[in-house]
Write a protein that binds this ligand. Structure first.
Ligand code: ATP
Ligand code: MG
Length: 779
């Protein structure tokens, strides 16, 4: 038996080596479901399944990347060809190839939530609807749930029940908003997140040839976290797997936590009905956590009525009991968390990255952050406002988006008068009216100002023409320059840099730093692509990554910081020590989810997910009073604490006296001088790259472009390495690469400017590099 297979227990081995047919693995947390998926892919490849024929869908792109790296360790370079990622990123790629069947350009824009909500907001305004009745976010999530249930505009208007429901909710115009929204996205050549799934379904349903092609391609399909797939995702998987029925899904009904966003737990429960001769596997041994943690988690989930019967046990140590801590206020809670991390690091030589703080809502991070900062403990928040959502970053990417797709209405509206060009809102409104009237995009109207009848004075028309000329000049540049050169040029010549520079405030400087970081990222991305022999259109690919990046994905994984995140985001992850904070009635379980048994049970599953992230130690904390919505409110401990079997918990003596005794650390740290407080470093960024590329973004200043090595699509500038090849580089040479480190040359192929070397790097698998661009040194 191959060596890696010996790293599985018997129960895990069975689903790993069942090559064909439909199968489901239902098992509790930490029992190795993700490991089975990973090893199964390696096994399939060893059995001769072509890596191009395997599709694996994961919860985050980061999870996919890590899986791929692990598979590459086992099977080598071939892992590169696997199609792996989230539903959204995989099907965005397919829609780039096939979207034309549906009338979308291959360079369609992906609207993120912010873009979608802005568009929705302006539609509500244009329709003169009361914005207190038609609240943008609510309408957005309603329409999103229609999309995820495949209720198209047409289907909506054919469904009296839905229309009736919206009417009863005094929002009879939802259907019209929906229609307008869809039309406007289509016209703008844009898809929102839900469209990536909805349009994929449309594609696979309406075009049997396309379906057949992808059925044939994806002969083996694997899905992690299957309990959280929504209806739209479910249908895609079913359609693709229909022909070969080689489908393997893994999941845990007890960890289904996205029902509020349309995930359907029945997908997992009904799997056996959907396919013929389904093999069902169960895993029972937990490898992640101590006996105390597993026992505590089991005893809580017992309280749910709706669940599959499951056994979870562990052979791991007893470990410490789950610790419960009561504080007076949320501030004290934060200080307890920071103080404990501090002590544990001191006493047990642990790293910051051994700790995670999980909470129910993002707003809870503030008091934790304050306390960590005072202790000088580095941390990173995941899932807050992600880097790409920041204003200045969206400003820059809006220019790039418009260059690529001039129909992109949200991008255009964002920058047509930013930096200020004297183009007012009235003008923009008139342009929109004209665009509607002529059935053209705003940009097309702008390009034809002389030919349309529009009430705009000549002075303003000239400003509009200048804007068009500017964008068109960028489009010309985009034909020859690479994404980095273009982006850098845009930030300068559009006046954005000047705009951010203008005020000289700390915020302005932060904004400049962020833009610089974005440019670093683009540079890195471009270089990665230049070196890889199979690079595509860099700007388009970069923007796609930006649109689909989540905060988890930008984690380098090697920085030593405490992780702060909501429980929803922590799914599938594990940490040595986990704090679950704010365990109070009305907060967790949330006040909004206590009306029905099923809502309460989802909260309990969320608690189960949180607790089972811990390997060695779990802390549960609550405060007797907490600032919420600007007011101090009293709170009671969460029922979930009570529900844990006493055998597994230890109640820490409430340290109420901490508030009185000045010698105790929380008060001493309360008095740290402000100038001793070091603030969190700006988050470092990485960007998704081709397989396993480890990146070290180099810093450079925008103001000193001479620091940059020119990289240009047509460049003949960096021919230096050809010499190196002629001289001493040969199969077997040991080389050093600026970013990938040491490696051995396995193969050299191609001729002239296209000479490529296949190099096995000590850090990250095998890469094929174009010698013309690769920064290599023979050692
Ligand atoms: P979750 O439900 O939280 O997603 P999971 O079922 O996917 O958990 P994994 O993440 O695959 O579980 O495994 C949990 C931990 O146990 C991981 O650190 C994994 O490496 C380890 N593990 C799994 N199986 C084994 C095994 N047979 N031997 C040793 N360690 C194992
Ligand atoms: Mg998992």
């Amino acid at each position: 038996m191959e060596k890696y297979l010996s790293q599985l227990n018997e129960a895990q081995l069975a689903p790993t080596i069942q090559k064909d047919g439909p199968m489901i693995v239902i098992a509790g947390a930490g029992s190795g479901k993700t490991r089975v998926l990973t090893y199964r892919i390696a096994y399939l490849m060893n059995q001769g399944v072509d890596s191009f024929n395997i599709l694996a869908l994961t919860f985050t792109n980061k999870a996919a990347r890590e899986m791929k790296e692990r598979i590459a360790d086992i099977v080598g370079n071939e892992a590169k060809n696997l199609w792996m990622g989230t539903f959204h990123s995989v099907f965005a790629k397919i829609l780039r190839f096939e979207g034309h069947h549906l009338g979308f350009p291959s360079n369609f824009t992906i609207y993120d939530t912010q873009d979608s909500q802005r568009l929705m907001g302006s539609i509500i305004k244009e329709m003169n609807l009361d914005k207190d009745v038609y609240k943008t976010k609510q309408i957005y999530s309603r329409i999103s749930s229609y999309k995820n249930n495949l209720i198209t505009v047409k289907a909506y208007f054919k469904n009296p029940e839905l229309m009736e429901a919206d009417l009863m909710a005094r929002r009879p115009k939802i259907g019209e908003i929906y229609k307008e929204y869809v039309d406007r996205c289509f016209k703008a050549g844009a898809m929102d997140f839900d469209d990536l799934l909805l349009r994929t379904n449309e594609l696979l349903t309406r075009f049997p040839n396309v379906l057949a092609q992808y059925q044939d391609k994806f002969r083996y399909i694997l899905v992690d976290e299957y309990q959280d797939t929504n209806h739209s995702q479910y249908l895609i998987v079913r359609a693709l797997a229909d022909r070969f029925q080689n489908i393997c899904v893994v999941g845990d009904d007890a960890q289904s936590i996205y029902a509020f966003r349309g995930a359907n737990i029945n997908n997992i429960l009904n799997f056996q009905k959907d396919y013929q001769d389904v093999q069902m596997y169960r895993l029972e041994q937990n490898y992640r956590s101590t006996k105390n943690i597993v026992g505590a988690a089991n005893s809580v989930i017992e309280h749910n009525k709706t669940k599959l019967d499951k056994v979870v046990w562990t052979a791991n140590d007893e470990g410490e009991k789950v610790k419960i801590h009561r504080s007076l206020t949320d501030g004290d809670e934060g200080r307890y968390v920071a103080g404990t991390i501090w002590d544990e690091k001191m006493n047990k030589q642990q790293h910051n990255s051994d700790f995670a703080v999980l909470y129910r809502t993002n707003a809870q991070s503030r008091s934790i952050e304050d306390a960590l900062r005072k202790r000088d403990i580095p941390y990173q928040i995941y899932g807050g406002l992600s880097f790409y959502q920041r204003k200045e970053i969206k400003d820059v990417t809006a220019y790039l988006r418009l260059i690529l797709n001039p129909a992109d209405e949200e991008a255009l509206k964002r920058i047509i008068n930013y930096p200020a060009r004297g183009i007012g809102q009235t003008t923009i409104d008139r342009l929109m009216v004209a665009a509607n009237k002529y059935g053209k995009t705003i940009f097309e109207i702008l390009q034809n100002l002389d030919k349309v009848s529009i009430n705009i004075n000549n002075g303003t028309k000239n400003k509009l023409r200048d804007f068009v000329t500017l964008i068109e000049s960028y489009q010309v540049m985009n034909k020859t320059a690479n994404a980095f050169d273009l982006a850098e040029h845009v930030t300068k010549s559009s006046g954005l840099i000047r705009e951010f520079n203008k005020d000289g405030t700390p915020e302005g400087i932060t904004r400049l730093d962020n833009v610089q970081e974005l440019l670093n990222g683009i540079k890195d991305f471009v270089e990665g692509q230049m070196e890889l022999a199979d690079a595509g259109d860099s700007l388009a690919e970069f923007l796609e990554d930006v649109a689909l990046a989540t905060d988890l994905d930008s984690d380098k994984g090697d920085a030593d910081h405490v992780a702060l995140m909501t429980i929803h985001l922590a799914k599938g992850l594990e940490f040595n020590n986990v704090f679950i904070v704010g365990l109070e009635e009305d907060l967790f379980p949330s006040a909004m989810s206590m009306n029905t048994r099923s809502e309460l049970e989802e909260e309990r599953r969320l608690f189960y997910v949180a607790l089972t992230r811990a390997e060695k130690q779990a802390y549960l904390t609550y405060a007797l009073s907490r600032y919420r919505w600007g007011k101090l409110v009293d709170s009671e401990p969460s029922r979930f604490i009570e529900e844990i079997d006493d055998a597994f918990v230890e109640n820490l003596t409430p340290k109420d006296e901490r508030r009185i005794n000045p010698m105790l650390s929380s008060d001493i740290f309360g008095d740290v001088e402000p100038n001793k407080i070091r603030f969190k470093k700006p988050k470092e960024l990485t960007f998704k790259k081709k397989v396993g590329t480890k990146k070290e973004p180099e810093k450079f200043k925008i103001s000193t472009p001479k620091n940059l090595k020119p990289v240009s699509k047509t460049s003949s500038a960096t021919n230096e390495n050809t010499n190196l090849f002629d001289g001493e580089l040969r199969v077997g040479s040991i080389v050093k690469h600026m970013r990938f480190g040491k490696g051995e040359v396995l193969k050299i192929e191609g001729a002239g400017a296209d000479v490529k070397a296949e190099i096995k790097f000590a850090t990250g698998g095998v890469k094929k590099l174009l010698l013309r661009f690769a920064k290599l040194e023979v050692v």
